[in-house]
Design a protein around this ligand. Structure first.
Ligand SMILES: [Mn+2]
Length: 452
């Protein structure tokens, strides 16, 4: 018999022996010394005279001596049973060995986790920090500046107002701040007019930045030295913002994260906070449609509704109270719709001229990009927004296959897997060429990984 075949037969027999012994142990050997034991491997000598039987136990290496004794004294019985079951002439002599590889594997795993924890690399989808740590920082602070990213969306506005509600009810001094205006459709939120466009005079012992993974996406901030910076965020990033932070890229919204902090804070949801949290979730899940619409997001929203939040009233405000200028602007923007020949990505363009012609501004374009994404066959929707004579802000929306955060990162931007953005300098043609190239490359990469 060729050596290779002999090797395969030997391997099979070893596996059979491993299964038989495991089976015997599972049904109990009536030996109190043998508790939980796993046969991790069996090795046979080529002449079948000997078998090394490796075992392990969840009770740990301390138990190995006791187990070894039990297994040795049972080996006569085991050999007898195996002889009947395996139909082989000669049953090997057993030598039992404790398998340290699992213990060692655990330890290495733990050391690696520690290193990753410290250095902050690893998976950008991982949770970092905790609700508890941030809640403690909130309890410890006295004078707060609370803000979010510039050009705030519904989540950012509702989060600032929600945290404002929490801190006010904890009798803390709090300044709510964003240099950019609250979008028209989120002005119904309680106390939205209390978000100031300038932070005024400090000092603040605690500065909270929410829904924002990079400081330069927040507005100008007071001198950070002497203040504690607290970050609450759900973007895909490996470097959370803040001295103290709670980052969970799997959270639907900042509202949901605020809700998770409540068990560690001396208060409960009131109707005002519930309105903020509900609106935050509604806004970032695209009305409970996106893939971040998790059971938890729905549970928290349900709790808010239970407290008296009216889904229809909020919808009326957020989606059904558009100024007519926004619809006129949308008409012009949709006129620029381009779909690639493959039909898999498409784009729209918003220019400064369009704002001038319709008497509108930036805050009205939220949601436009969902129109090209809603076209059958489109995997990636792109919005080019002129942000200067030769500068464009590019937004991406994915239907789920392409990770658009990775595309935005190539141009110094970032975001979520399904929604991201970046800024590029250059003429429209130059910018489009670079972006289309990156999108096509990402689509090709997804195709080849699916074929595998
Ligand atoms: Mn958000």
């Amino acid at each position: 018999m060729p050596a290779e075949m002999a090797g395969i037969r030997l391997r099979r027999l070893a596996e059979q022996i491993q299964m038989e012994i495991s089976d015997l142990l599972l049904r109990g050997l009536k030996d109190p010394r043998i508790g939980f034991v796993t046969i991790t491997d069996v090795e046979l000598s080529p002449d079948l005279s000997r078998a090394w039987v490796y075992f392990s136990t969840p009770e740990g290496p301390e138990k190995q001596e006791q187990l070894l004794e039990g297994l040795r004294s049972a080996s006569g019985f085991i050999r007898k049973v195996l002889g009947k079951r395996l139909h082989i002439k000669q049953i090997p002599e057993f030598e039992f060995k404790y398998d340290h590889s699992l213990d060692r594997g655990d330890r290495i795993e733990r050391i690696l986790a520690d290193v990753r924890e410290k250095e902050g690399w690893d998976d950008p989808g991982r949770t970092r920090g905790s609700a508890e740590e941030v809640a403690r920082a909130l309890r410890e602070g006295k004078r707060f500046l609370v803000t979010s990213h510039r050009n705030p969306d519904g989540d950012a506005v509702a989060a600032v107002l929600g945290l404002g509600n929490i801190l006010r009810r904890m009798d803390r001094e709090v300044v709510l701040y964003n240099p950019d205006p609250v979008p028209h459709n989120f002005r119904f939120l309680p106390r939205s007019d209390e978000i100031l466009t300038e932070y005024g005079t400090g000092p603040f012992d605690t500065i909270v930045v929410m829904d924002c993974s990079e400081l330069d996406r927040a507005g100008p901030l007071p001198e950070l030295a002497g203040s504690r910076l607290v970050g609450i965020d759900h973007h895909l990033t490996t470097s959370p913002l803040g001295d103290v932070y709670y980052l969970d890229p799997r959270a639907s919204s900042i509202g949901e994260m605020l809700h998770r902090m409540l068990p560690h804070l001396p208060l409960e949801m009131d109707i005002e906070l519930a309105t903020c949290i509900y609106t935050s979730i509604l806004s970032d899940t695209g009305s409970f449609r996106y893939s971040n619409t998790t059971p938890e997001a729905l549970h928290v929203a349900a709790e808010a509704v239970g407290l008296g939040v009216s889904p229809w009233d909020v919808s009326l405000q957020v989606y059904e109270s558009q100024p007519v200028e926004r619809v006129r602007l949308l008409a012009r923007v949709l006129d620029t719709l381009e779909i690639d020949a493959s039909g898999r990505y498409g784009s729209i363009l918003v220019t400064q001229e369009m704002f001038e012609q319709t008497g509108t501004s930036l805050e009205l374009i939220d949601g436009f990009i969902n129109v090209p994404r809603g076209i059958r066959g489109i995997e990636v929707a792109i919005q080019f927004r002129q942000d200067g004579a030769e500068r464009y802000k590019v937004s991406f929306r994915s239907r789920g296959i392409v990770n658009v955060a990775e595309i935005a990162e190539q141009f110094g931007g970032g975001g979520h897997a399904n929604a991201s953005g970046c800024s590029l300098d250059g003429s429209l043609e130059e910018v489009q060429e670079r972006i289309y190239g990156a999108v096509e490359k990402a689509l090709r990469a997804c195709d080849s990984s699916q074929e595998r």
